[in-house]
Design a protein around this ligand. Structure first.
Ligand code: NAD
Length: 421
């Protein structure tokens, strides 16, 4: 099991990214093991009574990467390909992202290996409640706080909050973020990741002296992050020329009607049957389209050594976590024609507003959406400025600059706290 975990492609990828930056920062070998490997990893069995009366068993995971500066924070993913290794890699990326954004959290991630699209709402509710119950000894508002990710949403968080609160005996909204506003969720949290992606894309267009108005955007993944990014960029005057989901994509060089697409997906759940708005394309074709901005907003490891040479974008905005393999990245860092906004920066808007939600819940004092967005943009702007400035000053690739800033903060915190006992 441990071998499988250590050899998982996503975990190997996160470790390679870490090693490159640790070499650059000259982190001593003895300190590397402490800052690199997860502090805790849990595997739980989740028996669920299915609608047909049978009992199905699901595997659930949670990895808490480090607890040096505050509780751990990170999403919960429902997907058939979830493994402990993938979750561990996502937890590491969360740590670096939180440190880079100046949040008092270590990274965490969780997942259940299941296909939520094939499960009924009651089955998903029973699975979520049982997973939460199994996690109760290991989570808490000051220990580990979950949020939605791929395949989970506000409703998932509401069930988690209810299960935890029933156990404790009083409402504990601060146990999760990304929950409905009616339960103590933050205004603007659902849109925060996509909104942040759109903000950073705009800043980069501006830096590269390119106009937002009319810029051509292609987006892989049309879920929470992809659809909100599309909507925001569309509002700024950009032309969303292609979007896709797990069923494939749609392409129209004149620009797609983003709001009509969102309505369509809300009704039909996916883009598979959509006709008449543009040409059908595959996910592979979408990545290779001629465009100004390419936004992978679905799964990890989509841009590989095989397709990286075929990218025709000026900006690669990594809304998904880990969308570019290390091999592809080695090629990309040589390509001066593609500017990369690395994942730990690009999608940080989500965890930033999750942090705002946690703070609001702890204080039972809630902010308006305008206040949330204003604080979000200011925090993102600081992180963006720090990364671009550091990259320029040290002649670094954007990913290396972002990771160096994040990893260095964690190493520094661990050094200051010292080794217990
Ligand atoms: P989601 O479940 O709402 O949407 C995922 C989208 O990807 C769906 O449209 C789905 O059909 C599509 N998809 C799935 N498999 C695909 C495939 N093989 N090819 C193309 N498309 C595929 O999830 P989300 O919350 O939008 O998350 C998307 C990505 O953003 C993930 O990598 C997630 O880790 C990352 N992220 C999410 C948040 C957040 O706040 N939700 C924050 C930071 C990062």
């Amino acid at each position: 099991m441990l071998d499988e975990f250590m050899q998982s492609p996503a975990f190997v990828m996160a470790c390679q990214q870490y090693d490159r930056v640790a070499d650059y920062l000259s982190i001593p070998q003895g300190e590397r093991v402490r800052t690199k490997f997860p502090r805790r990893a849990f595997i739980v069995s989740i028996p669920v009574r299915m609608d047909d009366g049978q009992t199905a068993m699901f595997a659930g995971y949670r990895v808490q990467h480090h607890l040096s500066v505050g509780p751990t924070k990170g999403g919960l993913r429902y997907h058939p390909a979830v493994t402990l290794g993938e979750v561990a890699a996502l937890a590491m990326w969360m740590s670096w992202k939180c440190a880079l954004s100046g949040l008092p959290y270590g990274g965490a991630k969780g997942g259940v290996t299941c296909d939520p699209r094939k499960m009924s709402i009651p089955e998903l509710e029973r699975m979520t409640r049982r997973f939460t119950q199994e996690m109760i000894p290991f989570i808490g508002p000051h220990i580990d706080v979950m949020a939605p990710d791929l395949g989970t949403n506000e409703q998932t968080m509401a069930w988690m909050m209810d299960t935890y609160s029933m156990h404790v005996g009083n409402p504990v909204p601060q146990i999760v973020t990304g929950k409905p506003v009616a339960l103590g969720g933050s205004a603007g949290r659902r849109e925060a990741t996509g909104r942040g992606v759109a903000y950073l894309v705009n800043r980069t267009l501006e830096n590269l002296n390119m106009a937002s108005e009319g810029s051509r955007i292609a987006i892989q993944g049309f879920g929470n992050v992809g659809s909100v990014a599309a909507q925001q960029l569309h509002r700024f005057g950009a032309k969303v020329i292609a979007v896709s989901d797990y069923t494939g994509g749609i392409y129209n060089p004149q620009g797609l009607d983003v709001n009509a697409l969102i309505d369509y997906v809300e009704k039909h759940k996916h883009l598979g049957e959509l006709r008449g708005m543009g040409d059908r394309i595959t996910n592979e074709q979408l990545l290779e389209l001629e465009c100004d901005v390419l936004i992978p907003a679905a799964l990890e490891r989509q841009i590989t050594a095989q397709n990286v040479g075929k990218l025709h974008c000026r900006i690669l905005a990594e809304a998904a976590n880990g969308p570019t393999t290390v091999e592809a990245d080695d090629i990309l860092r040589q390509r001066a024609d593609v500017f990369v906004i690395p994942d730990v920066l690009c999608n940080a808007g989500g965890v930033i507003v999750s942090y705002f939600e946690w703070v609001q819940d702890l204080q039972s004092f809630f902010w308006s959406e305008a206040e949330v967005n204003d604080k979000l943009y200011r925090q993102l702007e600081t992180a963006y400025h720090q990364v671009t400035h550091f990259a320029k000053k040290h002649n670094l690739y954007m990913r290396d600059a972002a990771l160096a800033l994040g990893i260095n903060k964690i190493a520094e915190a661990k050094k200051l706290r010292g080794l217990f006992p």
